[in-house]
Write a protein that binds this ligand. Sequence first.
Ligand code: GLY
Ligand code: MN
Ligand code: MN
Length: 289
Amino acid sequence: RLRNKLASQQWNTHLYTRLIGSLREIKTPEEIALMLKPVSISAIAHAEVMKAIQPGMSEAELQGVQEYVHKKLGAEYVGYPSIVGAGANSCILHYEENTRVNINRDMVLMDIGAEYHGYSADVTRTVPSTGKFTPQQRAIYDLVYRAQEAIFPLCHEGVPFGDLNKKATEVLAQGLLDLGIIKSKDQVYIYYPHSCSHFLGLDVHDLGNYDQDLKENMVITVEPGIYIPAGSACDKKWWDIGVRIEDDVRIGKTKCELLSWQAPRKSADVEKLCLQKSSVNGMILPAIR
Ligand code: GLY
Ligand code: MN
Ligand code: MN
């Protein structure tokens, strides 16, 4: 169809985007094999940072550790500007300045994906710098985790794409209501202002049609989140908590394959890994002059 259109000089960039998008929705076996690399590299980098993180580090330093692991494992680039936001900055979507010089004892949201041979990963972890979630941080973290766990079983062929975000919204709304953070379920959008899934591939937000059922060998993200900036209309014990957990999955016939499993997701598993040491903390450099 495209060739005919081009031959008749009827340039239609929307048609072009749609046709190319449909070619990119379903990954070939070669693409799946390739995509495992950046996703695995990104998950390993997140796991390393869980070991390395300490109060007093800077956002840029954490970014550096992540991107060092990417390079060490062969990634050429990042798929998108790295997002490392501590405390208040974790509540800013697509915060990419990463300029806070001291994360203190705050929790840090890190959305960082390696790019390998043209393909991008997109993985987010939210980690307490002390290695232990406060009760409020854990309540929000575990709610986001439950939302993610509720979405995974829908990630198979035949499920309408839109059902994923419906499920995420439902779980997050009920959870926020139970915690007393919202008064009615329709207020969920105040604290969950995005959607839970997008295509992933050559681009971090890959081309594709969202108005369709999932098909085998699509690769998508699963990324619910909750962001409660200071000043929000809820008890201030919740302020400045921002949590996103983002994983990359391959859609199968009856279930999904979690590609980013090498980075722990459960709060208890994150805390356990934080207890381990990373060799990056042993790097002592001379003072700069
Ligand atoms: N890193 C961009 C996103 O999560 O969609
Ligand atoms: Mn994403
Ligand atoms: Mn992301």
